[in-house]
Design a protein around this ligand. Structure first.
Ligand code: SF4
Length: 682
C-alpha cells in the first residue's frame, strides 16, 4: 500500500486533516490526521466516507462544446473569444463569474485577479455569499476588517458556549465533539439558541427555542441586562450617541418578543453575566436572514461591550459552511472585496492594481449573487462562467435562475460533475480536478491554512481550476500576468500581496516563510494566521477602536392569510449541498433517504397531515412535495425542509424553489430562513 498523503477534508469549514492512502486505481483509505490542529485524528461520517466518492461515475472527463467533445485548445479559445468579444461590444460589466467555496485559495486568487484586475469588473461573486457574507459585513462594521476573532482552542478554554442558529452536531460535527469534550473536561455549560429542538439542543444545559428572526431582541436584551449588572466597559470602544437608548428593554419584554419562557431567559442572563469566558458560536441560522448583518452585530456588540473578546475562551465565533469560504475571503472572493482583506477604497484599488500590473482595475464593487443572476435574467450579463457550484438548485428562487441561464447568450461551466441542473444551460463544459486530485490550500473557520494534496492522478482530461482560468486569461491577451506553472507560484504571489500591499493596516498577513520554495510548499504544515486578534485592544478602524453598531429588532413577520406558517431550511447530517458527492456514498445515503418536511403535531392534526404521508409545501415563490415527519422539535406554526435534493435526484424536495430572492441590505446574503409558507396533504 502507498504511503498516506496528508490532506484536508472536502466538506465543511471545520477543515479536518485527513490521511488518505491510495488502495487501488480509484479507491482510498481515509483516516483522521492525528497531527492536524482542527480535528486531532477525529472525522465525522462525511469525512470518513470520502473514499467512497472518488470514483469516476458521473465525472466530466473531457471539454464539451454543446454536447460534443472538443479539444482543450478549441474549448479555451472559444471561451476567451466569447468573453473578449462580449467585453468589447458591451463593456466589462457585461460579463460575470460565479464561483464557489469549494475552490482552493489558489483557484480563487487567479479567478479574482482575472476579473478584477484585467477584465476590469468586480462581477465575480461566490456561493459563499449564501453562507457567511452577513458575518463578513458584521465583522467589517464592528472591527474595520473581516476578522474571525476566535479559534477552536477557545472552545477548550470557555466556561460557557452559546450556539446560535447552528445545529453543530450535524453541520460541524468535529467542533461539536470538541465542545462535548470541554464539557467533560471542565464542565463547560452549553446553551443552544435555535427555533428547532435539534440533536444539538437535546444535549444542551439550556435550549431557548426563540421565535425565528428575534435574535437581535435576544442579544440586545442580554446586553441590557449586562449593563444593568455593571458589566459593560466602554473603554476602547466607539459608542454612537443614543446607542444605549435602543437597548432600553427588560427581561419580560425580551421574553415576549422572543417567545421564550421568562425563567429560561433569566437563566441565560444569569449564566452569561457570571461567565467571562464565553464563546458565542453562530452559523447559518444567524447569517441567512434578511437581518443577518444586524444579528451578527448584535452578537459582536455583546462581546465587545462586556470584554469577551481577544482573550482565551472569550470570543464571538462565526463558523463557515464550506471548506474554503475563508480562503475565498482572504483573496477577495466576494464581489464587494479586494485581495488581502482590502476593499474598493481608492488607495486599496491602487495598491492591488500596482501589484498585479493590472491592465484595467475594477474600481467599485460588483454584483452580489442574487443581483448577479437577476442581471443575467435581464440580459445585462451576456457571458457567465460558473465554477464548481450548482446555482440552478442552490440559489433562492431557483426557477428564475434557470430561466436566466437558459436565456444567457454564453454560459461556461467548469466542474467535476458532467450533468448537473446547471450544466443543462452551459454552452461549454470544462472538466475540473476533484478533491483528491487537486493541489493547493484552504483556510478553515478558525483561520488555519492547510494544504489539500493530490492523492489520485487527474482522470481523463480534467485540469485544476487555476490552470483553466490562467489558460483563458493567456488567450485573452494577459499571458505575462498569468504565467503560473504550479499552485506554489500563485501561493507565493498571494503571500507577497498580503505582506506588502495592504499597507500594514490589515490584520490579515501571511507569514513570509510560508511556502517560500516549491519544497516548502510541498511540505507546508497547517498554520493559523492572526494569533489572538484584538488581544492588544487595537482594531483596524480609523480610530483604532471597535465600534458598537446600533441594531434594532426588525418587525417580526405577521402571519399571512394565505401563508400562515414559517418555513426554515437546513442540512442533514450525512449530506452535503446538492449531493453531487455525498450521493455517491451508499452508507451516507442511508441516514436520510428522502426529503422530509418536519412539523409540530398540532399543525399536522389541524391540517389533516399524517406522519409518513406526502404533502405539498408552498411559498409565495413556488412549491414542492415532501414526506411528512411529525416532530416534537418543531415549534407550532413552523416547517423545516432540507436543501439537498435536486431535479436530478428527485421530483420531490426541491427546496431551492421556495425561498424568496430577498437579501439582507448590508451583506446581500439571501434570507433562506423565515419564509411565509403553507402545507397541504397531497
Ligand atoms: Fe469533514 Fe467537516 Fe466532518 Fe471534519 S467535521 S470530517 S471537515 S465534514
Amino acid at each position: 500500500m502507498a504511503d498516506p498523503v496528508r490532506t484536508t477534508c472536502a466538506y465543511c469549514g471545520v477543515g479536518c486533516g485527513i490521511l488518505a492512502t491510495r488502495t487501488g486505481e480509484r479507491t482510498l483509505e481515509i483516516r483522521g490526521d492525528p497531527d492536524h490542529p482542527a480535528n486531532a485524528g477525529r472525522l465525522c461520517s462525511k469525512g470518513t466516507h470520502l473514499g467512497e466518492t472518488v470514483g469516476l461515475e458521473g465525472r466530466l472527463l473531457h471539454p464539451l462544446i454543446g454536447r460534443r467533445r472538443a479539444s482543450w485548445n478549441k474549448a479555451l479559445d472559444l471561451v476567451a473569444r466569447r468573453f473578449r468579444r462580449t467585453i468589447a461590444e458591451h463593456g466589462p460589466n457585461s460579463v460575470a463569474f460565479y464561483v464557489s467555496g469549494q475552490l482552493l485559495t489558489e483557484d480563487y486568487y487567479v479567478a479574482n485577479k482575472l476579473m478584477k484586475g484585467f477584465i476590469g469588473s468586480a462581477n465575480i461573486d461566490t456561493n459563499s455569499r449564501l453562507c457567511m457574507s452577513s458575518a463578513v459585513a458584521g465583522h467589517t462594521r464592528a472591527f474595520g476588517e473581516d476578522i474571525v476573532p476566535a479559534s477552536y482552542d477557545d472552545l477548550d478554554a470557555a466556561d460557557l458556549i452559546l450556539l446560535v442558529g447552528s445545529n453543530t452536531a450535524w453541520c460541524h460535527p468535529i467542533v461539536y465533539q470538541r465542545i462535548m469534550a470541554a464539557r467533560v473536561a471542565r464542565g463547560t455549560k452549553l446553551v443552544v439558541i435555535d427555533p428547532r429542538r435539534t440533536e444539538t439542543a437535546e444535549e444542551a444545559d439550556l435550549h431557548l427555542a426563540i421565535r425565528p428572526g428575534s435574535d437581535v431582541a435576544l442579544m440586545n436584551g442580554l446586553l441590557a441586562h449586562c449593563r444593568r449588572e455593571g458589566l459593560v466597559d466602554e473603554r476602547g470602544l466607539d459608542v454612537p450617541e443614543g446607542f444605549w437608548d435602543a437597548l432600553d428593554t427588560d427581561l419580560w419584554t425580551t421574553a415576549r418578543t422572543c417567545d421564550v419562557p421568562p425563567p429560561d431567559l433569566n437563566r441565560l442572563f444569569e449564566l452569561f453575566a457570571a461567565t467571562p469566558h464565553t464563546v458565542t458560536l453562530f452559523s447559518q441560522g444567524v447569517n441567512q436572514s434578511l437581518a443577518g448583518t444586524d444579528q451578527v452585530n448584535a452578537i459582536l456588540n455583546l462581546h465587545l461591550a462586556t470584554g469577551r473578546i481577544g482573550k482565551p475562551g472569550a470570543a464571538p465565533f462565526s463558523i463557515t459552511g464550506q471548506p474554503n469560504a475563508m480562503g475565498g475571503r482572504e483573496v477577495g472572493g466576494l464581489a464587494t472585496t479586494l485581495a488581502a482583506h482590502m476593499d474598493f477604497a481608492p488607495e486599496h484599488v491602487a495598491r492591488v492594481g500596482r501589484f498585479w500590473g493590472a491592465e484595467r482595475m475594477a474600481t467599485r464593487a460588483g454584483l452580489k449573487a442574487v443581483d448577479l443572476f437577476r442581471a443575467v435574467g435581464e440580459r445585462r450579463i451576456k457571458a457567465l462562467w460558473i465554477m464548481a457550484t450548482n446555482p440552478a438548485v442552490s440559489m433562492p428562487d431557483a426557477a428564475q435562475v434557470r430561466e436566466a441561464l437558459a436565456a444567457c447568450p454564453f454560459v461556461v461551466m467548469s466542474d467535476v460533475v458532467a450533468d448537473t441542473d446547471t450544466s443543462l444551460h452551459a454552452h461549454v463544459r470544462l472538466p475540473a480536478a476533484a478533491w483528491g486530485e487537486k493541489d493547493g490550500t484552504v483556510t478553515n473557520s478558525d483561520r488555519t491554512v492547510s494544504r489539500q494534496r493530490a492523492v489520485l492522478p487527474l482522470p481523463g482530461e480534467a485540469r485544476p481550476d487555476w490552470w483553466i482560468v490562467s489558460e483563458v486569461a493567456r488567450r485573452m491577451g494577459w499571458a505575462d500576468a498569468f504565467s503560473y506553472d504550479r499552485p506554489a507560484d500563485i501561493w507565493r504571489e498571494h503571500v507577497r500581496l498580503s505582506r506588502y500591499e495592504n499597507g500594514g493596516e490589515r490584520l490579515f498577513t501571511l507569514p513570509g516563510e510560508a511556502g517560500r520554495s516549491n519544497d516548502d510548499y510541498a511540505v507546508m504544515a497547517p498554520f493559523r494566521w492572526g494569533g489572538t486578534p484584538f488581544a492588544d485592544g487595537h482594531y483596524p478602524t480609523p480610530s483604532g477602536r471597535a465600534r458598537l453598531v446600533p441594531v434594532r429588532q426588525a418587525r417580526l413577520q405577521p402571519s399571512l392569510r394565505n401563508w400562515p406558517l414559517t418555513l426554515n431550511t437546513g442540512r442533514y447530517r450525512d449530506h452535503w449541498h446538492t449531493m453531487t458527492r455525498t450521493g455517491l456514498s451508499p452508507k451516507l445515503a442511508r441516514h436520510r433517504e428522502e426529503p422530509l418536511v418536519e412539523l409540530h403535531s398540532d399543525d399536522a392534526t389541524r391540517l389533516g397531515l399524517v406522519d409518513g404521508s406526502l404533502a405539498r409545501v408552498g411559498t409565495p415563490q413556488g412549491e414542492s412535495v415532501y414526506r411528512v415527519a411529525i416532530s416534537a422539535g418543531q415549534r407550532p406554526g413552523e416547517l423545516f425542509v432540507p436543501i439537498h435534493w435536486t431535479d436530478r435526484t428527485s421530483t420531490a424536495g426541491r427546496t431551492g424553489l421556495l425561498p424568496r430572492p430577498l437579501n439582507d441590505p448590508h451583506s446581500g446574503q439571501p434570507g433562506f430562513k423565515n419564509t411565509p409558507a403553507r402545507i397541504e396533504p397531497l
